[in-house]
Ligand binder design. Structure first.
Ligand code: GLA
Length: 648
């Protein structure tokens, strides 16, 4: 079964609508919904007084309707009584501003009283619903860190110090790691250490990096506490929390992914090529779960309400987006939210059941998608295999976030996404992996932007190349160690030998400035004075300095770019390294083709035509929805999708 549904918030509606909701869910093919996500103030209207009657009736209706419930813990939105009674638990920003209740996520992640009150309601919910026939999964919290990923209050300061003691053991070790001889920052007592609150000038980079790590860990710790409590009450029920992978960069999702029973992700269209950005988020979600099927916990049927100008989805876009996630490994397609709100801050956010009701484009598409997903039931459990991996480390992104860099125009997430986007256009599906993970299954590893790399990560990449792999690295990668201290002796210190290159100085480019390559390309944002030591120079700036190099290293080879390329220039280099690594490239403009397969070899080809023209692609098998044979060629009409059960 492919899961289908969304967040159901019946508490926003008179009870008379609830039965209609469930009937319409059945009409649309909905088989699972998340409930109770923002219900704390209704379940516990007054501190210590719990009112479960309404939620019992909601769960019973779902059970009777055959719709599975992902029971949420409501801890992402503490009620007004919480902020009034425990003002010390409210989040505080770097400027010392207290953030009051009246919105959501109004709590300090390190607050002991928040933790107590959250665990108290989680325990009640766990006890009450652990044996309910509708219960299929715990949906713990909602989007950890969405609005309160870092808190700078005194409780956070104390917790940060505790985290640092555990990490460094001694103040000497911390002073060494942070380089506190600089600007007279040497600490002589743990109590002197603060979160990076507003200061006259730049923060210590080690302090800011460790605070990002600590803040992510503080949220993860809250997840673990809720999950462990629920697991103690109902060991048979899996737990997840919905991530924002690909869109939100404050949490280290590699650590979160290790702690969930199944990865679930939320994605909203954004950017110039939103469907390509979607593919990145989906590839990352799959990779976070080490390739296992994952759940798309939220996306939108049409417009969101938080982008200023909120573009409505064009006819067919909902279907294409959903099938993209499915193709890239999702075993559930869900939305925020089931019924569009009448009131509240998200009343202008689209939903499965719009304000205008069932006589609408959105509703017709929702019902159509339910049919498609039913036809695709046999896809569930199959996986995607990639020959190519892109390295991603949250710590590296955070370290580079420090404002005192050679240039602030080099934005690692944008660079990583631009490489992924060009691969998408080349028809290459890739994983996104942590630098220290097992790379042996890949032919090609890309390092678009990895400023900081641990010693383990550095040798891991060397071993991959030694064992016959191909690497392409971008500039400003392999520069710093895990404490954000420069690796000395010529850049990029971690991989000078592997790349056969040493860089003596960076020459960042102004906005609009560029370097011309002798081979015809244009580099932007970044240039550098590099010398090939053992590498062969494949292209230079017209002024003669190396632009693209290749170094043979034991069984494999490592390529290096000294500037940022984009579009066709980047595609040319990516195409060359794919060819060298034996990675097939097959591009039909605007058409996305991805494969999933079961361990027993049953495979599926997903073809998504994002273009305005009909296309013909190579495929052999049987159409999943219509059962029609596909004999070598498949026509996919403009804007349409097809899934083929392959016989090859
Ligand atoms: C997030 C939240 C939802 C809702 C949507 C709106 O994903 O989890 O509650 O706010 O955003 O896009």
């Amino acid at each position: 079964m492919i899961g289908y549904g969304g967040d159901w918030n019946p508490e926003q509606w008179p009870e008379e609508t609830w039965a209609e909701d469930v009937a319409l869910m059945r009409e649309a093919g909905v088989n699972q919904v998340s409930v109770g996500i923002f219900s704390w103030s209704l379940v516990e209207p007054v501190e210590g007084r719990y009112e479960f009657g309404w939620l019992d009736r909601v769960m019973d209706l779902l059970a009777a309707g055959g719709v599975r419930a992902f029971m949420a813990t409501p801890t992402a939105a503490p009620p007004p009584w919480f902020g009034r009674t425990y003002p010390e638990a409210l989040p505080v920003d770097a400027d010392g501003r207290v953030l009051f209740h009246g919105s959501r996520q109004g709590f300090c992640p390190s607050s002991p009283v928040y933790r107590d009150k959250a665990l108290a309601i989680v325990e009640r919910i766990g006890e009450r619903y652990r044996d309910h026939p509708a219960l299929a999964m715990w949906h713990v919290h909602n989007e950890y860190g969405c609005h309160n990923s870092r808190c700078y209050c005194d409780a956070s300061a104390a917790a940060f110090r505790g985290w640092l003691v555990a990490r460094y053991g001694t103040l000497d070790a911390l002073n060494e790691a942070w380089g506190t001889a600089f600007w007279s920052q040497r600490y002589s007592d743990w109590g002197q250490i603060l979160p990076p609150r507003a200061t006259p000038s730049f923060h210590n980079p080690g302090q800011q990096l460790d605070f990002r790590r600590f803040s992510s860990d503080a949220l993860l710790d809250l997840y673990r506490a809720e999950r462990d409590l629920l697991a103690g009450l109902a060991p048979q029920v899996p737990a997840t929390t919905n991530l924002m992978a690909g869109a939100h960069w404050d949490m280290d999702y590699w650590s979160f992914a290790r702690e969930v029973d199944v990865v679930s992700n939320d994605h909203y269209l954004i950017g110039k090529d939103p469907h390509i950005d979607l593919a990145f988020a989906a590839d990352l979600s799959r990779s976070l779960g080490r390739g296992r099927p994952w759940l798309l916990m939220e996306h939108s049927t049409s417009a969101v309400n938080w982008q200023g100008v909120n573009r409505a989805k064009r006819p067919g876009e909902l279907r294409r987006n959903s099938v993209q996630h499915l193709a890239r490994g999702a075993d559930a397609i869900m939305f925020f939210q089931w019924r569009a709100s009448r009131a509240g801050a998200e009343k202008w956010h689209s939903a499965m059941l719009p304000h205008a009701g069932t006589g609408t484009k959105v509703w017709r598409e929702v019902v159509g998608l339910g049919g498609l997903l039913k036809d695709a039931a046999e896809v569930a459990g199959s996986t995607v295999t990639s020959d190519v991996a892109i390295l991603l480390d949250y710590g590296s992104v955070w370290a580079q976030d420090h404002p005192a860099q050679p240039t602030t125009l080099h934005k690692p997430v944008e660079v990583i996404k631009s490489w992924h986007a060009e691969l998408w256009k080349l028809g290459v599906t890739c994983d996104v992996v942590h630098p220290e993970s097992d790379l042996s299954g890949y032919r090609l590893v890309l390092v678009p932007a990895l400023y900081l790399v641990t010693d383990h990560g550095a040798t891991n990449l060397e071993r991959f190349v030694a064992d016959g792999g191909t690497v392409l690295a971008g500039p400003y990668s392999g520069i710093a160690d895990e404490h954000d201290r420069i690796r000395l002796g010529g850049y990029p210190g971690a991989w000078r030998d592997l790349l056969g290159v040493t860089v003596e100085e960076f020459f960042p480019l102004e906005e609009g400035e560029s370097v011309e390559l002798a081979g015809g390309g244009i580099g932007a944002v970044w240039s550098e004075l590099a010398h090939a030591t053992t590498a062969t120079v494949l292209d230079t700036y017209v002024t003669g300095e190396p632009a693209w190099t290749r170094n043979e290293w034991e069984g494999g080879a490592a390529h290096y770019l000294t500037t940022l390329l984009a579009g066709a220039d980047l595609a040319r280099v990516l195409g060359a390294v794919c060819a060298e690594a034996g990675v097939p490239v097959s591009a039909t403009p605007g058409v996305e083709m991805v494969r999933r397969a079961h361990a027993d070899g049953r495979g599926y080809l997903f073809v998504i035509n994002h273009s305005g023209a009909d296309v013909v692609v190579a495929a052999t098998g049987v159409g999943l929805s219509d059962g029609d044979p596909v004999d070598g060629e498949l026509t996919v009409p403009a804007g349409e999708v097809r899934i083929v059960r392959e016989t090859r």
